[in-house]
Ligand binder design. Structure first.
Ligand code: NAD
Ligand code: IPM
Ligand code: MN
Length: 355
């Protein structure tokens, strides 16, 4: 029998501290062979001792764990957001978790704000570059506080970084099927190369070069503005979308809206062959934190994604099926039409996967 998988858990702030316990409860109920170790990184710890990430923090995560399950970071008391930057963006960049995989799936037609969209119509994935772009925080402020103030935020695009994320998207397309069992067929690159010509040019050239190696996969290109319009008008045609860090952030919140809202969206921050990090797409949602109303399904589906990546596929599938059943039975939190609290929605899934 194989050893238990070691999971580091970082609930973080706000509703992260409410939804992650639900995900853990469900993983325990399904009987997955895992061990959890909790870390208190987040706003409370930062406010208490000014530590965001302990000195050996990322090395410990990379060395001692098979995966990391994360809630969300962001707290009104930490106006600078320094802890979120150092913990969340730190994990992504310092652990080189370069592929942010955000599946977009509709569990039930009633969850989609668009007319005539069925679950079979919404089954695409956004592959977001996770280590470069404007998130590198290179730049600076000049003459701050004067009428001549200048702020520069650099956009980093390396051939290596762009090529590996585009290649990841093609490999993902070649090796993953849609939920209905049909093969994935097309990789769409989303950029803004008509305005951001230097970075866009690199993405365009790299996309063409990598695409030439995957002749069986169709390619498509859209500017990010047109893509947003298309995602709302008719998202049926999307399959695999690859894009940069910033556009990936924005379009996955839009896509979450199609799935029933941020409470339903899951994600993984992956680096093949290394411990990866899994987190719901949503943030810490301060206005609803501590009220037992946040939707835990995004976190629970994220847990399923993590188990599947750890080759615990049967457990992952059981969890996904239970969430689907709960959605159909309207055993959900109020954001998607039910009357359950966060804990009760978690209990419902735990009970389903345990039986
Ligand atoms: P948010 O995702 O926290 O909330 C956006 C909206 O969605 C709010 O109306 C919120 O109530 C709702 N919502 C989010 N998750 C929900 C859930 N599970 N159930 C029900 N409703 C849910 O985004 P925001 O308001 O822009 O940001 C709040 C804080 O979270 C900020 O500090 C931000 O920087 C941070 N943030 C962190 C992450 C992360 O750690 N991965 C992601 C996004 C935002
Ligand atoms: C996300 C979040 C983060 C991002 C923030 C909290 C820095 O919005 O994970 O989608 O922009 O990547
Ligand atoms: Mn985001």
């Amino acid at each position: 029998m194989s050893a238990k998988k070691r999971i580091a858990v970082i609930p973080g702030d706000g509703i992260g501290k409410e939804v992650i316990p639900q995900a853990i409860k469900v993983i325990e109920a399904v009987g997955a062979a895992v061990d959890f170790t909790s870390f208190d990184w987040g706003a409370d710890r930062y406010l208490a001792d000014k530590v965001t990430v302990p000195p050996d923090g990322f090395a410990t995560l990379a060395r001692d764990f098979d995966a990391i399950l994360v809630g969300a970071f962001g707290d009104p008391r930490v106006v600078s957001n320094i802890h979120a930057k150092e913990i969340l963006l730190g994990m992504r960049t310092k652990m080189d978790l370069y592929a942010n995989v955000r599946p977009v799936r509709l569990l039930d037609a009633s969850l989609c704000p668009l007319k005539n969209i069925e679950p079979k119509d919404l089954d695409f994935v956004v592959i977001r570059e996770n280590t470069e772009g404007v998130y590198g925080d290179l730049g600076g402020v000049f003459k701050q506080g004067t009428p001549d103030e200048v702020a520069i935020q650099e956009d980093i695009n390396t051939r290596k970084g762009v090529e590996r994320i585009i290649r990841y998207a093609f490999d993902y397309c070649a090796s993953n099927k849609k939920l209905d069992g049909s093969p994935r067929k097309r990789v769409l690159m989303c950029d803004k190369s008509n305005a951001m010509t230097h970075a866009g040019g690199l993405w365009q050239r790299t996309f063409q070069a990598v695409a030439a190696e995957y002749k069986q996969i169709e390619t498509q290109h859209m500017y990010v503005d047109a893509l947003c319009m298309q995602m709302v008008r008719d998202p049926r045609s999307f399959d695999v979308i690859v894009t940069n860090n910033m556009f990936g952030d924005i379009i996955t919140d839009l896509a979450a809206g199609l799935q029933g809202g941020l409470g339903m969206a899951a994600s993984g921050n992956l680096r093949p062959g290394h411990a990866s990090m899994f987190e719901p797409v949503h943030g810490s949602a301060p206005p609803i934190a501590g009220k037992n109303i946040a939707n835990p399904f995004g976190a629970i589906l994220t847990a399923a994604m993590m188990l599947s990546q750890l080759a615990l596929d049967a457990e992952a599938e059981k969890i996904e099926a239970a969430v689907l059943e709960a959605v159909r039975q309207k055993k959900t939190t109020s954001d998607i039409g039910g009357a359950l609290g966060t804990r009760e929605a978690g209990d419902c899934i735990a009970k389903k996967v345990a039986s």
